[in-house]
Design a protein around this ligand. Structure first.
Ligand code: ADP
Ligand code: ASP
Ligand code: MG
Length: 401
């Protein structure tokens, strides 16, 4: 019988009672398949708490030390869960990311997994033990602890499933599947029984935090079947993430919101060939991910460029651009962190000319201004004021559902 990887998120393991609830799912699967590997997150809001404690010390932590601190939460969960299982009469052994090890690159706070050493896991499974692995963390080639980015335990789980050639990866969370939008914000959401890796990748990348986007990427590349299901509803059907070939994709898959963005605008950039290239080369050399980009028409001697970055990279991006203003040939850079991005995702967008108009109509009817627009074949994203973001999400969702 094949290996099954189960992952339980922060709210699923928030206290001792919930850890025992998680044991029920693990034991059920163990009695069925005998080979269960469990990945867990930090309990409840532990990671947030560690970050706010860090902020009492510094707003600009050394990222090596930051990763060492925030990885602690998962270590608490793995040991406690192993103890709970032992109390229930099942042998379980826990591993941190560096005990296995899970080798990553050195990009602190957003490390990518290069390789997972699975020998210890396999030996424990052969001995009939349940293996518990700390999500979100790894170790780089010089022995420093790294983390995979917020929500990264999903990626640990799917990467482990790929490395172990597991039969499936079950992601247990506090909702019973993937919906057409965030069920905690929108009322009349529709549950998706099936969603393709491509659709899920877009939704996750655009802010639907139910899955970490990189876990979907790994799932797609290594053909790991992923199920999203509820920790709190027994035998919930959940959502299956599968390949395109198995599914006639939906016209519109869902609507997602991302509050975790800031817009930077570089003003008075000389309108000369290569200036835009210089800006984005500088950002990429500093490993800053840039999203939506808009450049003014450039019919004058100077032009403006606006782009979005993740909130936690805003200060770094601002500092780098400010330090290089003269070199870039720009006047100033300004920042707006009061915006959110709302995106509609679906493979049908490319063949349906009316989608963009319907999105804009929904916003117009609710008197919501758009600050930036970007489109691709399968998504349309708009930037709106953060305080109007939930209304915008609902307005767009209601137009299509
Ligand atoms: P976990 O702690 O289990 O990893 P997360 O909080 O990271 O859980 O992800 C689950 C949350 O994702 C849900 O509580 C829900 O509010 C949010 N979410 C956002 N978009 C969606 C969506 N389209 N479908 C389901 N949940 C969504
Ligand atoms: N504990 C980490 C976080 O809160 C990782 C995760 O939950 O997936 O982001
Ligand atoms: Mg999560």
């Amino acid at each position: 019988m094949g290996i099954i990887v189960q992952k339980f998120g922060g709210s699923s393991v928030a206290d001792t009672e919930k850890l025992y609830n998680v044991c029920k799912h693990i034991i059920k699967e163990y009695n069925r398949s005998q080979s269960v590997v469990v990945v867990v997150s930090a309990q409840g809001k532990t990671t947030d708490k560690l970050i706010s404690e860090e902020k009492e010390i510094t707003e600009n932590p050394d990222l090596r030390e930051h990763d060492c601190l925030v990885s602690v939460g998962e270590q608490i969960t793995i040991s406690k869960l192993a103890m709970c299982l032992k109390e229930k009469g099942y042998n379980a052994v826990s591993y941190t990311g560096w005990q296995l090890p899970i080798i990553t690159d050195s990009v602190h706070c957003g490390a990518r997994i290069k390789y997972i050493e699975t020998e210890k896991i396999k030996k424990q499974l052969e001995a009939g033990n349940i293996v518990i692995v700390a999500g979100f963390q790894g170790i780089n080639e010089i022995g420093d602890i790294t983390t995979l980015g917020r929500g990264g335990s999903d990626t640990t789980a799917v990467a482990l499933a790929a490395s172990l050639k597991a039969d499936r990866c079950d992601i247990y969370t506090d909702v019973d599947g993937v919906y057409s939008s965030d069920p905690r914000i929108i009322e009349n959401v529709k549950k998706l029984d099936l969603v393709t890796y491509d659709e899920m990748l877009e939704l996750a990348s655009l802010g639907a935090k139910v899955l970490h986007n990189r876990c979907v990427e790994i799932g797609k590349n290594y053909e790991v079947p992923i199920n999203v299901k509820s920790t709190f509803i027994d035998e919930s059907e959940g959502t299956r993430v599968i390949n395109n070939k198995d599914l006639e994709s939906l016209y519109i898959t869902g609507v997602a919101k991302d509050d975790n963005i800031s817009r930077l605008t570089i003003i008075g950039l000389e309108n000369k060939i290569g200036r835009t290239y210089k800006v984005f080369k500088l950002l990429s050399e500093n490993k800053i991910n840039v999203d939506t980009i808009v450049q003014s028409a450039g019919e004058h001697a100077v032009k403006d460029i606006s782009f979005t970055v993740k909130t936690n990279e805003t200060k770094k991006a601002l500092k780098i651009i400010n330090e290089n203003l003269i070199e870039l040939g720009a006047k100033e850079v300004i920042c707006c962190d009061k915006l959110s991005k709302i995106s509609i995702v679906g493979v049908g967008i490319v063949n349906n000319p009316g989608v963009a108009a319907k999105v804009f109509e929904a916003l117009y009817e609710n008197n919501i201004n758009m600050h930036m627009i970007s489109t691709s074949e399968i998504k349309i994203s708009v930037l709106v004021n953060k305080k109007e973001a939930n209304l915008a999400l609902k307005a767009i969702h209601d137009k299509f559902y």
